[in-house]
Design a protein around this ligand. Structure first.
Ligand SMILES: O=C(C[C@@H]1CCCCN1)Cn1cnc2cc(Cl)c(F)cc2c1=O
Ligand SMILES: [Mg+2]
Length: 570
């Protein structure tokens, strides 16, 4: 490929809406262009990266017995009504009508499509297990698409679905995918961690997320690196065994205390001179069914994913000031469990075990002291609803947990019979008994993986592609294209690299060398070969490694071998 022909319009400045590095660099380096909010055109350089990631994914899915197919993007509403999800998903589900006014969805995922397919074709245990996958665009109408390809409304996903006879078979499929995902992300040159995760609305039991570790990641991971312990969990899921603390403290009578303007835990602690762990923090939430009061110890935070799961609701959000006012009679910051009417009280075990605690009084500028759960208010449900914090003991080995930010690039789920029962996909077992097929589903965000690779591999000059997914391996730059000797040598290097299966770009533009170097660093080619006057005289090529800036001089007769060896390390 010659740079003068390559369609990769670079930008000097980036639009303000590009908040994260991968979004900025994908725009600046000419990889993507915005078509609408959260909708992008992938330009040639991006397509080369996407194809390489897809190829790695295909090879690893096929290695485990996966069979590729391609499912439709437009999905008939009927199967979503049959699975019960047509009314569960709100505005996030893109819906459209055809010319006959029939309802369709743009596929955000494909459990319904694939289960209906298998229902029609599988009837005997002899046909199982089945691992079917596709690599296809997905559509999810995010309220606020942002971070470029990291949270788009149209994105490319590999989704595989496993069909087994029973749980045991599912466990085999699940472990096959766990291994395949580990190989995929290793081959993509990414530093990642599988973490225990929450299965969310999709249901099912076990699930792991594959996190690319990067500061800009939206997910928080708690992990242990205590002597070989590999515990790691999305903080949404992380749970620690509750240890009741024996206390001899006598229950004292409740009393009100004026706490003017003290809304936060810190302000109340400072004003009353009590530690945060003596406070029961009360947060008012709304679900699609009811209003809840969530109680956690003052030095903890509510884990909204755990609260949602404990409440059995589908949607949960913090109540606004007016709801807090109407429910508690006070403005935000003075809510407490004593005397609350018409709300369900869900308390974390630590809050439920509190003795002589401080709580809001449900009256402005007032708190209560010596509040005792059970005596002064009734708890409707005790459930683990708190965030685990860094430093707390690893549930496996006791070492202090560490915290990292992660970008979720894949997630694998055990679905069980949730969709096969709802949609009637069953098979006859050896004894002629009809049983539901047991399913798993496994996703990798292809375009999100490309963005995550940039988040994890960049510097102030631009992208640093891992060699395995780089759009090209080498850029060959003649310092002066008007110098016949330099240009001829650059052409020779360029054609010999391609002959050796190494993907090279020849920067044949008439720009100054400095501009070419800047573009090479921005686009992020793993290697840069410079051909200047010295190179021509001494028949030496200068090879610079993008990742660490190291430069080596290589005689022409060792060119291909040296480049191959260097690429293996990148
Ligand atoms: O997609 C999954 C689970 C797995 C992930 C891996 C590949 C197979 N599916 C979960 N999920 C996420 N967002 C969704 C958004 C909409 Cl609008 C929807 F209607 C459904 C879903 C939905 O089901
Ligand atoms: Mg997830």
């Amino acid at each position: 490929m010659r740079a003068s022909e390559l369609f990769s319009p670079t930008l000097r400045e980036v639009p303000a809406e590009a908040e994260v590095v991968s979004h900025q660099l994908l725009l600046r380096a000419g990889f993507i262009r915005r078509a609408a909010a959260g909708v992008y055109t992938y330009l040639p350089l991006a397509m080369r990266v996407i194809k390489k990631i897809e190829q790695i994914v295909r090879e690893e899915m096929d290695r485990q017995g996966g069979q590729e197919l391609l499912m439709p993007i437009i999905q008939p509403a009927e199967i979503w009504q049959e699975s019960g999800r047509w009314d569960v998903y709100g505005p996030e589900l893109f819906r459209l009508k055809d010319r006959h006014d029939r309802d369709f969805a743009l596929g955000p995922t494909h459990e319904e499509i694939i289960t209906v397919l298998v229902r029609g074709e599988v009837s005997s245990y002899k046909q199982l297990p089945l691992l079917l996958y596709q690599i296809q665009n997905k559509y999810r109408d995010e309220r606020r698409p942002r971070f470029g390809l990291m949270r788009g409304r149209e994105f490319i996903m590999k989704d595989l679905y496993s069909f087994d006879r029973d749980e045991e078979g599912l466990n085999v499929s699940y472990m096959k995918m766990y291994e395949a995902y580990t190989r995929v992300f290793q081959r993509c040159g990414l530093h990642f961690r599988p973490v225990e995760a929450d299965s969310g609305a999709i249901g099912g039991s076990d699930t792991h997320e594959f996190m690319v570790l990067a500061e800009s990641g939206e997910a928080t991971v708690l992990y242990c690196d205590g002597n070989g312990c590999d515990y790691a969990a999305n903080v949404e899921k992380a749970a620690l065994p509750f240890k009741e603390r024996r206390t001899e403290e006598e229950m004292r009578p409740v009393a009100a205390r004026e706490t003017p303007g003290c809304r936060s835990v810190e302000e109340v602690c400072g004003f009353l001179g009590v530690p945060a762990r003596k406070i029961i923090k009360t947060l008012i939430y709304r679900t699609e069914k009811e209003v809840l009061a969530a109680l956690v110890r003052g030095d903890r935070d509510v884990n909204e994913v755990k609260l949602l799961n404990a409440s059995g609701a589908l949607r949960l959000e913090l109540a606004g000031a007016d709801t807090v006012k109407s429910i508690t009679g006070a403005s935000v910051g003075y809510a407490g469990p004593v005397g609350l009417k018409g709300v369900r009280i869900i308390a974390d075990p630590e809050a439920a075990a509190a003795v002589n605690a401080v709580t809001g009084a449900n009256r402005d500028d007032t708190h209560l002291i010596n509040v005792n759960p059970g005596r002064d208010f009734k708890i409707d449900l005790v459930a683990d609803i708190r965030m685990v914090q860094a430093g707390e003991p690893c549930p496996r080995c006791g070492a202090g947990l560490k915290e990292a930010k992660g970008i979720e690039v894949g997630q694998i789920f055990k679905l069980g019979d949730k969709y096969s029962r709802a949609l009637g996909a069953s098979y006859l077992d050896e004894k002629g008994q009809s049983r539901p097929v047991i399913m798993g589903c496994y996703g990798i965000g292809i375009t999100r993986t490309m963005a995550a690779a940039i988040e994890q591999n960049h510097d102030r000059d631009g992208i640093i592609w891992p060699a395995s997914i780089a759009p090209f391996h080498v850029v060959v730059i003649p310092v002066n294209v008007k110098d016949g000797g330099q240009y001829a040598m650059a052409e020779e290097v360029y054609s010999r690299l391609w002959a050796a299966g190494i993907e090279a770009v020849l920067d044949d533009r008439t720009e100054r060398a400095g501009v070419k170097f800047k573009d090479a660093d921005l686009i992020g080619y793993p290697l840069r070969i410079t051909i200047g006057a010295k190179a021509v005289e001494e028949k030496l090529v200068e090879i610079r490694i993008r990742k660490n800036g190291e430069t080596v001089f290589v005689p022409m007769n060792e060119l291909e071998e040296k480049v191959e060896d260097m690429l293996k390390e990148l």
